[in-house]
Design a protein around this ligand. Sequence first.
Ligand SMILES: [Zn+2]
Length: 198
Amino acid sequence: MSGGPEIERLIQLLAKLPGLGPRSARRAALVLLTKKDTLLAPLARALSDAFEAVKACSTCGNLDTVDPCAICRDPRRDAAVLCVVEDVADLWALERAGAHGGRYHVLGGTLSALDGVKPEDLNIDALLTRARSGEIKEVILAMNATVEGQTTAHYVTDRLSGSGIAVTRLAHGVPVGGELDYLDDGTLTAAIKSRRPF
Ligand SMILES: [Zn+2]
């Protein structure tokens, strides 16, 4: 590698981003360095601003510049319905879809025996504390349809049993506009299992 340790360090850091391997990190670094004024400088400022301003909401775990976050503060959202997600990316996906009018709770991952992730490593105690506050009537478990996601959903359901709170989960089914022929086996099996009367 020629060009100095600053370039090498930039490439190494870019390569840690999801979706960027060493090759695309080199290309990204080159674009940044050839567009110093229009891209590199604004990006550096945006990174610095985000570092200073963005923090995890102490109530739900969402990322925002205010704490509690804008969703937790919004009086138009239904405080009685809490949607539990694995990470902030899932929260963003549900918000993009406008699919949930209540509030959220971000667990920060899933239980995993393989990776040594235990209940105390996740934001579960805070969820139970929120659930016991008396404001919440329903908890929607919006976990991914993976083994870890479903294990986590079962664990949270167990911990909430006897609390009087309705625990629901996402239906796993045929996507809107989806053709059966294109579905993977897991989705198709889940769709059959969660069939309802017509
Ligand atoms: Zn929040």
